[in-house]
Each structure stands twice: as structure tokens, then as C-alpha cells.
Design a protein around this ligand. Structure first.
Ligand SMILES: Cc1cc2nc3c(=O)[nH]c(=O)nc-3n(C[C@H](O)[C@H](O)[C@H](O)COP(=O)(O)OP(=O)(O)OC[C@H]3O[C@@H](n4cnc5c(N)ncnc54)[C@H](O)[C@@H]3O)c2cc1C
Length: 426
């Protein structure tokens, strides 16, 4: 294998995982990150859910009707801007077409292929690298989706059919069984049932990224913080990065800049339907340990997860489209507070929660984009949406294999730019 000098743009969980596997393959790697440390954007507020059995695209049959029904309510899983620009309309049209059953099936199978590989890869890393304290809460057992109404159960049916085909360990539970599993669940909140995945868990995305940074540094990876890449240029077959007035050349570049990646690709004439979706987290201190959840949970109606993190509880989710501001709107605060109060009212005082928001780089169909681009030696690892933590280890290893011209260990069909008709350099 030829050793290359490789620049990775972005120090989130995706960039750091990629850098680690590139270094393990014998390359000289530098990670360029605009923040002061790794995992300071989407990878920071992550809820930590590792539910390989239940990673589903956001675009699915019945979802448009579901979201529309909540759009103008006080608490909502989705917020739209007052003024919709043409780019947003285009993205929504693409998203709607991906909600058709056959597209949903294809997208879910593609995501499941990557997620299964990623879970195995992470397990190997945990053993080999002796990563410390990754489980967010050692007492968390499984992943439980809560269905408030019969319509929520119906909305999950296409995904359940695929889980059955994949032979994934899961159980559809009635109301009593859900309450037995989660004794602290508030009894006054309407509940129609749940979906339980016993083998899923929670793990700490930001801690993983920081530990992997240290390991990568010990392998020779250089991290340059506080440096924002303005453009990627290509002159005489040589790639370079522009940071302020300075230009750095590299044999290869991996773009893993999360929500910023679309802009950099567009400057190079590569158009992707990558869109920034703002998502929120509320973290509150637990005041009664007997009143906390046992599993990691997801309120399917509002698309908000509930995870326990030691002596804290985190509510994460809801989406705001086309907003890049760092503010948490009142509707998001209300929604997250409601989820806490509805399900675990005695666990914490949600009025004192610490609210946070971050941008998820989201594609309308669901699977991320991994590997080659039309430009020689420029690679991407982008668009992991709401499942980037669960996909990071596998996606990082795949990209490192592609850059190293080694055969990837899983089929990449549907995980590359080729699915949008973009011809990539091979
Ligand atoms: C509230 C919330 C909850 C979530 N919960 C889960 C969950 O439970 N399970 C799960 O699997 N996933 C979850 N996700 C999704 C997951 O966190 C993301 O998919 C993942 O963190 C994406 O990682 P990333 O490295 O691509 O992006 P980021 O973490 O955003 O990293 C991108 C990095 O690139 C840097 N960058 C950008 N532009 C430049 C530039 N020009 N120059 C230099 N650096 C640049 C940024 O500063 C940033 O550090 C959640 C996301 C959010 C927001």
C-alpha cells in the first residue's frame, strides 16, 4: 500500500473515526477542525442511542401525514421556517418521494447493512483499544419505543416488517408489558404499546471521540484546532485546502465537516441534497433515582429520545428545518419539557434543564454518503443524519479502506454518491 498524506476536514465522531482508521492503515493524517476540540458540534449533544436493530430512515410511509398533523401544535416534532425558500421546497419534494414504501424499504436495508457492520467494528475497537466507560449508563437495558396512539403503532408497521425479514431481536409489547418493563413510566400519559429491542444500548459519543483522538494522536495523527477550511481547491491534479491566507496541499482529502460539507462540495461543482436539520437536547440532573427510565426510550410521536446519563437525564430530538442559528426556540423547549413531564415527571426538574442545539447533516433518503467523489483523491464521509454515532465506526473504516484502495468489507451499493447519479472517480 502507498502511504499518503491525508487531510481530514472535521473533528466530529465521523472525522475522528476516519482519521483513526487511516492512521491504522499506515497513512500520515492531519485532522483540521474549526473548534477548540473534537466533538463540539452534532457529536456533542448526541443522545447516545445505539440501536442497530432499529435504525430507520426519517422518510417513511405515513410520516408526512403524521408530521403535518403536529406542525401547528404547541409541541411538535418538526418546525418549519415562516418563509420557505426554493431549496427547502426541493429538499422536501425529494424527502416526500423517499417516503414511498419501496424507497423506504431500499433505504432501510442500506442503513441496516452499514449499521450492523458499524456495531461489529465498534465492538472490536472497544476490545482492542480498551476504551473506558463508553456505556453512558451501565444500568440502561435495551431500547424501547413508546407509541402513544394506535396510529403510532401503524406508522411503525413498515419498519417492523423489515425487522422481521432481518431477523432482528425485537418484541412488540402491549401497554401492560411496557409498564412492567418501565415501572417509573407515568400512568396518566396515553400509551398504546411499545417496541422493545433488548440488545440495544446507549454509549457516549463525545467521550468515544475524545478517547479516539488521544489514541489517534499516539499513532501520529496531528490535530489542528481553531482552523476553518474555507475552500478545497484542485490545481494540476493536486488537492489543497485554504485556511485563511494559507494553503495546505495533501495527497488526499476526506471531507467530514458535517453540515458544512454541502457548501464545500458545491464550490467544487458537486451537488448533493445534503441539508442541515437543527436538532435539540435538554439535559437535567436526576432528582430521584427510583423515577428514571431503565431502557433508552424514544417517544415516536414527537421523535424525542430519553436517555439516562449517570445522574443526568437527556431528552433529545425534534427537528427544525432551514435554521442555522444557535438558538433553541421556545417550541423546542416546550416539546422536550413535555416529553420529560409526560413520561418521567419525578425524575428531574425539566424547567432547570440545560438546552442545546446542533445541526445534523441530513439526506432526504437516509443512508450517508461514503467514499469517492468526481474529483480524484477527494473523498466524503457525510450525511449521517440522526444516526451518525451508530454508523461512525463502520463508516470510518470503509472510507479508510477506499482511500487505501483496499476492498471494503461490505457492499457499498446505495451508500455512495452514485445513488444520485454522480459519476465518481475510481
Ligand atoms: C440532539 C442530537 C441527538 C442525537 N442523537 C443520536 C443518537 O442517539 N444516536 C446516533 O446514532 N446519532 C445521534 N445523533 C446524530 C449524530 O450525533 C450525528 O450524526 C453525528 O454526530 C455526526 O457526526 P459528524 O462528525 O458528521 O458531525 P459533527 O459532530 O457536527 O462534526 C463535524 C465537524 O466539522 C467541523 N467543521 C465544519 N466545517 C468546518 C470547516 N470549514 N473547517 C474545519 N472544521 C469544520 C465542525 O466544527 C464539527 O466539529 C444526534 C444528533 C443530535 C444533534
Amino acid at each position: 500500500m502507498v502511504q499518503k498524506q491525508i487531510a481530514v476536514i472535521g473533528g466530529g465522531v465521523i472525522g475522528v473515526s476516519t482519521a483513526y482508521f487511516l492512521a491504522a492503515a499506515g497513512h500520515q493524517v492531519v485532522v483540521i477542525e474549526r473548534r477548540g476540540n473534537v466533538a463540539e458540534e452534532a457529536s456533542f449533544g448526541d443522545a447516545g442511542v445505539m440501536a442497530p436493530g432499529y435504525v430507520t430512515p426519517w422518510a417513511r410511509p405515513g410520516m408526512p401525514k403524521h408530521l403535518l398533523a403536529y406542525l401547528f401544535k404547541q409541541e411538535t416534532p418538526l418546525m418549519l421556517p415562516r418563509k420557505m425558500d426554493p431549496a427547502l421546497w426541493r429538499w422536501i419534494r425529494l424527502w416526500l418521494s423517499e417516503c414511498e414504501l419501496e424507497n423506504f424499504r431500499t433505504n432501510m436495508h442500506r442503513m441496516q447493512r452499514l449499521i450492523a457492520y458499524s456495531s461489529d467494528t465498534l465492538l472490536q475497537m472497544e476490545r482492542q483499544l480498551q476504551l473506558q466507560d463508553l456505556p453512558i449508563d451501565k444500568k440502561t437495558q435495551g431500547y424501547l419505543q413508546l407509541f402513544r396512539t394506535a396510529q403510532d403503532v401503524a406508522l411503525a408497521e413498515p419498519a417492523l416488517a423489515i425487522l422481521a425479514e432481518l431477523d432482528s431481536a425485537h418484541r412488540l409489547l402491549d401497554t401492560d408489558a411496557v409498564r412492567q418493563l418501565e415501572p417509573a413510566l407515568a400512568s396518566q400519559t396515553a400509551l398504546a404499546g411499545g417496541l422493545y429491542l433488548p440488545h440495544s444500548t446507549t454509549a457516549n459519543c463525545s467521550l468515544f471521540t475524545k478517547q479516539l483522538k488521544q489514541i489517534a494522536m499516539s499513532m501520529g495523527v496531528e490535530f489542528i484546532f481553531g482552523s476553518s477550511v474555507s475552500t478545497i481547491t484542485q490545481k494540476n491534479n493536486q488537492l489543497a485546502l485554504e485556511i485563511g491566507e494559507t494553503s495546505f496541499s495533501a495527497d488526499a482529502i476526506v471531507l467530514a465537516a458535517g453540515a458544512e460539507s454541502a457548501r464545500m462540495l458545491k464550490n467544487l461543482g458537486i451537488n448533493t441534497p445534503l441539508f442541515s436539520v437543527k436538532s435539540f437536547a435538554a439535559t437535567a440532573t436526576v432528582k430521584d433515582m427510583d423515577a428514571v427510565p431503565i431502557a433508552a426510550l424514544m417517544d415516536e410521536t414527537y421523535r424525542v429520545s430519553i436517555t439516562r446519563m449517570g445522574n443526568r437525564i437527556r431528552l433529545a430530538g425534534t427537528a427544525e428545518l432551514a435554521s442555522r442559528s444557535a438558538t433553541v426556540p421556545e417550541a423546542a423547549r416546550r416539546t422536550l419539557r413535555k416529553i420529560g413531564i409526560d413520561w418521567f415527571p419525578h425524575a428531574a426538574n425539566y424547567n432547570n434543564a440545560n438546552f442545546w442545539c446542533g445541526l445534523q447533516a441530513t439526506l432526504p433518503d437516509g443512508p450517508p454518503l461514503i467514499g469517492a467523489t468526481p474529483i480524484r483523491n477527494l473523498f466524503v464521509n457525510i450525511g449521517h443524519g440522526a444516526n451518525g454515532w451508530a454508523m461512525a465506526a463502520g463508516a470510518g473504516k470503509l472510507v479508510a479502506d477506499i482511500v487505501s484502495e483496499r476492498e471494503p468489507e461490505i457492499d457499498l451499493d446505495g451508500l455512495t454518491l452514485a445513488r444520485y447519479g454522480v459519476r465518481t472517480f475510481s
